[in-house]
Design a binder for this molecule. Structure first.
Ligand SMILES: [Zn+2]
Length: 387
């Protein structure tokens, strides 16, 4: 390619244009920043250094002198709520809402913020009313999520089902939650002695989420309460294909149902079979008790010893030590008691259920974690910290 002399003029021209553009930009930024009061940066600095109280002080002063700055009022309201000064947050957002010149988007935003304030203050009725007004706005989805929280806290399960159905999408189907809401409704029908209504609700839970173990546990209990032990056993056995880790929840109930049908042996064989298929199941104690009651303590120990040889585990060892300590001659009592105490101490965690979402531990199983409020987050096997 041939070199042309006019290119030499092009280079400085481009450079000059770039310099000019940069100057214009910098001037623009500088003039913009001069419009912002010094207090704004002071407040921002406090916020960045996590001095919320100081930041609030500065922003309140700023807001007083610049009442036209709506964004500042919003930010301040948010800060008040975060600090737990709910009354101030409510007043701030109510004042904003009372402004006649407020644009539609700002009005909806203020309604949403005020609803959050009411929610935090525990004024659920007022929060619900405001969130409800945000249907068909850009805040609708976020408002529904909060409404779902409110309905769960208030145990308004029908409204919770309706809201979760509106919220469901491909990323979150709410199947687990909706099935649990139906189970909650069914539990309340059982308390009110409405078994048919409960059964219908539990069928809906299963239609929503076919792996809803709780629904089959309750269906089995309903049948057993009516003396229909075959139907009860049928419902509880379905748990194996849903999630076998929950089988221990039905273990004692199954034994009782087989007993009532005059098939005690079949019940014991069934549980022993589950343990040989799923050695991790938390039902050793149920089987040991059953053998001790139906045969003898000695037979129960023999079975436990054999089970431990096949599947060594701490829970089994503890059970065996307990049995041995109970039956030990006086000269071995102290030694066995010490062994038992040490084993109990080192296996304390094994007697607790763990929430897989937040790590909360409890002796009792919860379908909804009392700490993080997640549904079905408790692992069904005691001592397990991960699924
Ligand atoms: Zn939790």
């Amino acid at each position: 390619m041939e070199f042309e002399a006019w290119w030499l003029i092009l280079f400085p021209l481009c450079f000059g244009l770039g310099w000019l553009a940069a100057r214009v930009d910098i001037r623009h930024i500088l003039s913009d920043s001069k419009l912002l009061p010094r207090q704004y940066f002071e407040g921002l600095n406090h916020l960045l250094n996590e001095r919320t109280d100081k930041a609030v002080e500065v922003f309140v002063d700023l807001a007083r002198n610049h009442s036209e700055t709506i964004e500042l009022q919003f930010a301040l309201g948010h800060l008040f709520r975060k600090k737990g000064e709910i009354e101030r947050a409510i007043r701030m957002h109510q004042k904003l809402l009372a402004r006649p010149e407020l644009k539609l988007h700002d009005k909806q935003s203020a309604q949403f913020e005020l609803a959050l304030d009411f929610m935090k203050a525990g004024l659920f009725d007022r929060a619900e009313e405001l969130f409800g007004k945000l249907d068909d706005t850009e805040f609708a989805r976020a408002a529904r999520r909060h409404l779902l929280d409110i309905y769960q806290q208030e145990k308004e399960w029908k409204k919770a089902i309706e809201t979760a159905q509106q919220l469901r999408d491909t990323s979150h189907t709410y199947q687990h939650e909706i099935a649990e809401f139906y189970c909650e409704l069914a539990t309340s029908s059982i308390t009110r002695s409405q078994p048919d209504e409960a059964r219908q609700l539990l069928q809906r839970a299963l239609a929503e989420h076919r792996k809803c173990v709780r629904a089959n546990l309750l269906l089995g209990e309903l049948a057993a309460n009516e003396g229909n032990y075959d139907a009860a056993i049928e419902a509880w056995l379905k748990i194996e294909s849903q999630d076998h880790r929950f089988l221990p929840f039905a273990a004692r109930k199954l034994l009782d149902a087989y007993d009532r049908l005059g098939k005690a042996e079949a019940g014991t064989v069934l549980l022993k079979g589950f343990l040989s298929t799923y050695p991790e199941l938390d039902m050793l104690d149920v089987v040991v008790e059953r053998i001790a009651a139906s045969e003898s303590e000695a037979a129960a120990h023999d079975w436990l010893r054999e089970e431990l040889r096949r599947n060594p585990n701490m829970t089994g060892l503890l059970k065996l030590l307990e049995a041995q300590a109970k039956a030990a001659p006086p000269e071995r009592q102290a030694e066995l008691d010490t062994m038992l105490r040490l084993t109990q101490e080192s296996t304390r965690g094994l007697s607790m259920y763990h929430c897989a979402s937040c790590g909360f531990k409890a002796r009792q199983y919860f379908w909804r974690c009392p700490a993080c409020n997640d549904w079905e987050s408790f692992l069904p096997v005691r001592g397990r910290t991960r699924a």
